[in-house]
Design a protein. Structure first.
Length: 131
């Protein structure tokens, strides 16, 4: 038999960037908006009110360009059914005017183990950020 030394192993670390947190989903959602990707956005819209590809393309065309964003850690509701993640947004409207929106609350819902946004919430973000 081989003798085993009683030594402590180094602590395990986890890659929090790859965990399916509300903030991680919000990051992917905003990246899809930033890249003007209708397919990318569709993956993060609630299945209950998912738009057609044409409608989503039209929504994106009317939305301001998202030049950059920063996210804050999200808060999950006690029942785990919803979450809020705040985001700072840097936008450019159709006239070329840049603006910032600070700490905008992204309200997400849990569906099938993923965090999604309702379409009306997404349109509100894109509309309010354009004002």
């Amino acid at each position: 038999l081989r003798e085993e030394k009683e030594t402590l192993l180094p602590p395990l670390t986890r890659q929090s960037d790859s965990l399916p947190t509300p903030a991680a989903y919000a990051r992917e959602l905003l990246t899809a908006w930033q890249n003007r990707s209708g397919e990318g956005l569709a993956a993060f819209i609630s299945a209950k009110d998912s738009p057609t590809q044409a409608a989503l393309g039209s929504d994106l065309a009317a939305a301001p360009a998202l030049l950059g964003f920063a996210l804050y850690d999200g808060t999950v509701s006690p029942d785990g059914g919803s979450a809020v993640v705040c985001a700072d947004l840097v936008l450019r409207d159709a006239d070329g005017m840049e603006s910032t929106v600070d700490a905008y609350p992204l309200r997400l819902v849990s569906e099938g183990g993923a965090w999604r946004i309702r379409r009306e919430q997404l349109m509100r973000i894109m509309g309010e950020s354009n004002e």
